[in-house]
Write a protein that binds this ligand. Structure first.
Ligand code: ADP
Length: 622
């Protein structure tokens, strides 16, 4: 007996203890796997004439043994494949198990748990399989969490046969329903109708007995093999013929998601390029979406034959979260995958798809705002990275898709909406950066800006400020960090007054600068701070937030430092104290300077280099 990999075991436990109430979907998952397996062999059959071409999936039952059997003549698996595919859930092993506290159903939705869902209804699962081009056949079997075994067997023909021995019926759940013709028939119709290969089953029909009298017909039960599904791929149908549920069911089965997509996009394009596509925005990113292991891509078909499971070239990185299928008649079936990636047609389809996606997202933003915001909350980061990547080469395409949190509206707004809300006296788009909306809203500079009635965009993702720097402006309005803006000085007089005050304490400020050394570039007075004694801003290209982001990157060897300015509140009584110390106790003024500077660092979310020294200094003055 072999053990499952840890992650798989936990998924299995979830499955066996059936946290998912909709158990019937296991059938859809197994049929979808069978269909994928046939897709793969069908592709090979294009170049290997020995491969049989009567592809189909067969469902059968054995009531006495409580067995449900699903068989395909697809590509099959070797013993190594069995080990790799059914012994562990994520091959890469990067599947850092998501936080325990997360909703369990949600968690399941993020894995390709397809095959394992059989354990929701099965006491035992056996997989008998023979791979294409392999002499040997194997049987994998498992009763669940304690492990699985693999042995060599005899099997005719390439393909896979899955035998599910159903659990005993309970009061809540009649597993034996899955042995009934009617149940199976309607489940196939409901979830797997569009599968492109016939799903066959022997059905019992009542027929008029041959030779029985016409006026008094006698009936007999006959068994006949029938095809249960209509086999028309969903993307070949007209949009109007397909219901929202059908679209969602197809998505769930094709992409092994337990949750419906946020949006389905139909594209039927004829002209320079020809293709049908069915695209989806998932409700959550894949668990590895924001890691480098993630592989974007769409399933690529040529006239209904799958030629590539994951064609990366069809999607730009920033739309990598989109899933879907593309079927085109313009592609050549026999070209190799390497050539396909360079293919002119593939490039043409990709660029047409990108236009379509952009168009649909813009429409969604206008007419389905709530869903758009949901989408942006999950995938906005990806779009923002897109606007930033490659020195902003795609920024113009993407800038109207961006949303940022607005201090005034207390929700996400577009840049266009922000600019629309500006009054004449405001010339710039103000933003403030920080780790969370909560922390940003408490920054010293924000207090004044809000009091003066300005709307501020809150940048909470590291990339936000980089995007703003790259965009530089929107509709002619430049981006400006609140830490560089002065909201207090609206009139010339106010400015003069501050200049006068500054002149008075010029030597004091110079002394503080001197005692802080290279830590700050400048020390100045500010009227921007309402209740805070001091704060930090930056004066160079690099802001404090950017310093944090850059230093958090794994490859930065030398710490990067923004040029910092210590602002001291001109209206705060701490200034009087500082003046006093400058006259009477310069040593203590040094201590004060360090405390003020470090407190300002803390507010900005920066670390203090020498914490114990800082604490000692506070104790001193206390
Ligand atoms: P997913 O289908 O999302 O990859 P599954 O757990 O359903 O996850 O299946 C794991 C893998 O096992 C599949 O990717 C496939 O390689 C293999 N597999 C499952 N069912 C079959 C089958 N009927 N024939 C061949 N291979 C299969």
């Amino acid at each position: 007996m072999k053990q499952f990999k840890t992650e798989s075991k936990r998924i299995l436990d979830l499955m066996i203890n059936s946290i998912y109430t909709n158990k019937e979907i296991f059938l859809r998952e197994l049929i979808s796997n069978a269909s994928d397996a046939i897709d793969k062999l069908k592709f090979i059959s294009l170049t290997d004439s020995k491969v049989v071409s009567n592809f189909s999936i067969t469902i059968a039952t054995n009531k006495e043994a409580r067995q449900l059997i699903i068989e395909d003549n697809g590509i099959g698996m070797t013993d190594k494949d069995l080990e790799k595919n059914l012994g562990t859930i994520a091959e890469s092993g990067t599947l850092a198990f998501k936080k325990e506290k997360e909703e369990k159903t949600e968690l399941i939705g993020q894995f390709g748990v397809g095959f394992y869902s059989a354990f929701m209804v099965a006491e035992k699962v056996e997989v008998l399989t023979k791979a294409y081009n392999s002499e040997k056949a194997f049987k994998w079997q498992s009763k669940g969490a304690e492990g699985y075994s693999i042995e060599e067997i005899e099997k005719d023909g390439v393909g896979t046969k899955i035998i599910i021995t159903l659990k005993a019926d309970t009061e809540d759940e009649k597993y034996s329903n899955y042995l009934e013709e009617y149940t199976l028939q309607s489940l196939v119709k409901r979830y797997s109708d569009y599968i492109r290969y016939p799903i066959k089953m022997e059905l019992t029909r009542s027929k008029i007995k041959e030779g029985s009298p016409k006026d008094k017909p006698e009936y007999e039960q006959v068994k006949e093999i029938e095809t249960l599904n209509s086999m028309v791929p969903l993307w070949k149908k007209q949009r109007a013929e397909v219901s929202k549920e059908q679209l969602a069911d197809f998505y769930k089965s094709e992409f092994h998601d337990f949750m419906p997509p946020i949006k389905s996009i139909y594209a039927k394009i004829e002209g320079m390029v020809n293709y049908d596509a069915l695209l989806y925005i998932p409700s959550k990113p894949a668990i590895d979406y924001y890691s480098k292991d993630f592989k974007k891509g769409l399933k690529l078909y040529c006239n209904g034959v799958m030629i590539m499971e994951n064609c990366e070239e069809l999607l730009p990185d920033y739309f990598g979260f989109i899933k879907g299928v593309v079927d085109s008649s313009d592609l050549s079936l026999n070209i190799s995958r390497e050539i396909l990636q360079q293919d002119r047609q593939v490039k043409a389809i990709a660029s047409s798809l990108e236009k379509k996606i952009l168009q649909e997202l813009k429409k969604m933003l206008e007419t389905e705002r709530e869903d758009y915001e949901k989408m942006f909350t999950e995938f906005g980061l990806s779009i923002k990275f897109g606007a930033y990547a490659g020195f902003g080469m795609n920024k113009d395409k993407l800038k109207d898709l961006l949303l940022f949190y607005s201090s005034r509206k207390e929700k996400l707004v577009t840049l266009a909406e922000y600019v629309k809300g500006m009054d004449e006296k405001q010339q710039e788009i103000y933003y403030a950066s920080g780790e969370s909306y909560e922390k940003i809203s408490k920054l010293p500079q924000i207090e004044m800006a809000k009091e003066k009635g300005y709307e501020i965009l809150y940048f909470k993702d590291g990339v936000d400020e980089f995007v703003a720097k790259l965009l530089t402006e929107y509709e002619g309005k430049k981006f400006k960090s609140v830490s560089e803006a002065d909201f207090s000085l609206t009139t010339e007089e106010e400015k003069k007054e501050l200049d006068k005050k500054t002149e008075e304490v010029k030597d004091l400020l110079a002394f503080i600068k001197e005692s802080l050394g290279d830590e700050v570039k400048e020390v100045r007075l500010s009227k921007n701070l309402l209740s805070y004694p001091a704060s930090l801003t930056s004066c160079g290209e690099l802001s404090i937030e950017m310093e944090k982001v850059l230093n958090a990157m794994p490859n930065t060897k030398e710490k990067i430092k923004a040029e910092k300015v210590l602002e001291i509140n001109a209206e705060h009584k701490v200034l009087e104290k500082l003046k006093d110390l400058y006259q009477n106790n310069k040593e203590e003024l040094k201590t004060y300077s360090v405390i003020l500077y470090n407190s300002a660092r803390l507010i900005e979310g920066l670390e203090i280099e020498d914490v114990s020294d800082f604490v000692k200094k506070i104790a001193e003055v206390l």
